[in-house]
Design a protein around this ligand. Structure first.
Ligand code: PEP
Ligand code: CO
Length: 462
């Protein structure tokens, strides 16, 4: 168990309780027709085992604190939304493979340990721009993710059903269990990166570069083992943490618990919850709920956030300037980041506040094609990340991680990349019911671009 640097409460939030969010305006909440059923599901959830433990949460907090100091780099990625149907061994292991491959590329290129955080085992709720959807004169509640309702345009699917929370908890537990078993069984062993090979490796334009990195790393591992005369144990067992947008507060509340020999409250449904852009209001229910957690937490920061608002959010969520506590995930879009990000970096730097800056290069770059697909251009995603590195270097702050939507499947949802996917390709394998994801090859290419960019920065700016 890691030692906790904050053995004594930094400051127990007074006037906070796991349900104090109920006194604030909670945006993006479904309307459950049966309040009694909702309460009984919450009671049932509250008695079930949690998905993660407090010591894992504190270990991650420590690693995020190190990422703030430039000693690690965070890779946070996974689906836009998990679905119950996709809780399958192939999908889970392929996603793990691509995240492991990306982290290998980052470790190799950046010469830094990578903190791996999945967007999975709980990423089942989605914010929507409208509460209802109308088709052919019929109006039904919008689909809000499998945690809330079903995607089919029928009343049966769309009416929010609290029992879905029980199913989401079970699927999250299965996802965690399988992921942990794979890792414990040696799947993530750096001595055997061939375990992570995905079908494309033989014929991808990136294959050669990837294999070269794997061979180099393998040599380095063997060299270290020869020197130390022992196996490099920490390389055959990597840590994997989970995260999701903590959107549906009744679900999150049910997993907000106290544990023996620890002070305060933990959200034990995930290690690293975040607040989405649409629910990040300072006086809203989500900020109130997050304020009282001991988990490391993150907030999405969009182009409309002002320096003053950002400072007030930091004061609310991390009043004691605790290391590793707060991640700021900026998602500006490649066209706006150069204008919108620097004032935020400047104010945080000037006030001397400790945050982990993370770049989400997906959500500011979504567009619709003429043939009606929601897509993102690879070039714009890469461009936003590269600009982020430069803007942080210029401001004297540090980009400590990236946040990406990706899958280990061979989908065609984003345009561009090594195979130069076009609008016409989108019709071939577009499977996301929400946002378009990088496929495995595009994801790996982004990791290579990050590694190259980092190397090109001067040591002082890294
Ligand atoms: C998301 O991460 O899927 C999302 C909805 O992001 P944002 O809150 O940044 O729009
Ligand atoms: Co998304």
């Amino acid at each position: 168990m890691p030692s906790d640097r904050h053995l004594q409460p930094v400051q127990l939030p007074i006037d906070w309780a796991p349900d104090s969010w109920r006194t604030r305006q909670a945006l993006q909440m479904p309307v459950y027709p049966d309040a009694v059923a909702l309460a009984s599901v919450q009671d049932e959830l509250g008695a079930l085992p949690p998905l993660v433990t407090s010591w894992e949460i504190l270990a991650l907090k420590q690693q995020l604190a190190e990422a703030q100091e430039g000693k690690r780099f965070l890779l946070q990625g996974g689906d836009c939304a998990e679905s119950f149907a996709d809780c399958s061994p192939d999908i889970i292991s392929n996603r793990l493979k691509v995240l492991l491959q990306m982290s290998l590329v980052l470790v190799h290129g950046m010469r830094l340990p990578v903190v791996r955080v999945g967007r999975f085992a709980g990423q089942y709720a989605k914010p929507r721009s409208a509460d209802t959807e109308t088709r052919d004169g019929v109006t039904l509640p919008s689909y809000r993710g499998d945690l809330v309702n079903g995607p089919a345009f029928t009343a049966e699917d769309r009416i929010p059903d609290p029992r879905r929370m029980l199913k989401a908890h079970a699927r999250s537990a299965m996802t965690m269990n399988f992921t942990r078993s794979l890792i414990d069984g040696g799947f993530a062993d750096l001595h055997h990166p061939e375990y992570w090979n995905l079908g494309w490796v033989g014929h991808s334009p990136l294959a050669e570069e990837y294999h070269r990195m794997v061979a180099n790393l393998g040599d380095a591992v063997r060299f270290m083992e020869t020197l130390s005369g022992a196996e490099v144990y920490n390389l055959n067992r990597v840590d994997f943490y989970t995260s999701h947008e903590a959107l549906l507060l009744p679900y999150e509340e049910a997993f907000t618990r106290q544990v023996p020999r620890q002070w305060g409250w933990f959200n034990l449904s995930t290690h690293f919850p975040w607040i989405g852009m649409r629910t990040a209001a300072l006086d809203g229910a989500h900020a109130e709920y997050f304020r009282g957690l001991r988990n490391p937490v993150a907030v999405k920061v969009g182009p409309s956030v002002t320096p003053d608002q950002l400072m007030r959010l930091i004061d609310l969520l991390n009043p004691d300037d605790e290391p590793g506590r707060l991640g700021l995930i900026h998602r500006m879009g490649d066209a706006h980041i150069a204008e919108k990000l620097p004032p935020l970096l400047d104010v945080v730097k000037r006030e001397g506040r400790r945050v982990l800056w993370i770049c989400d290069a997906m959500h500011g770059n979504t567009e619709s094609t003429r043939n009606g697909y929601k897509t993102r251009r690879f070039e714009r995603i890469r461009n936003e990340i590269e600009q982020a590195f430069d803007l942080h270097a210029a401001a004297g702050t540090r980009l400590g991680g990236v946040h990406l939507e990706l899958t280990g499947e061979d989908v065609t949802e984003c345009i561009g990349g090594a195979r130069d996917l076009t609008e016409a390709d989108l019709t071939r394998a577009y499977r996301s019911s929400v946002d378009p994801r990088l496929n495995y090859e595009q994801a790996l290419e982004i990791a290579m671009a990050i590694a190259r960019k980092q190397v090109s920065l001067t040591p002082a700016a890294r």
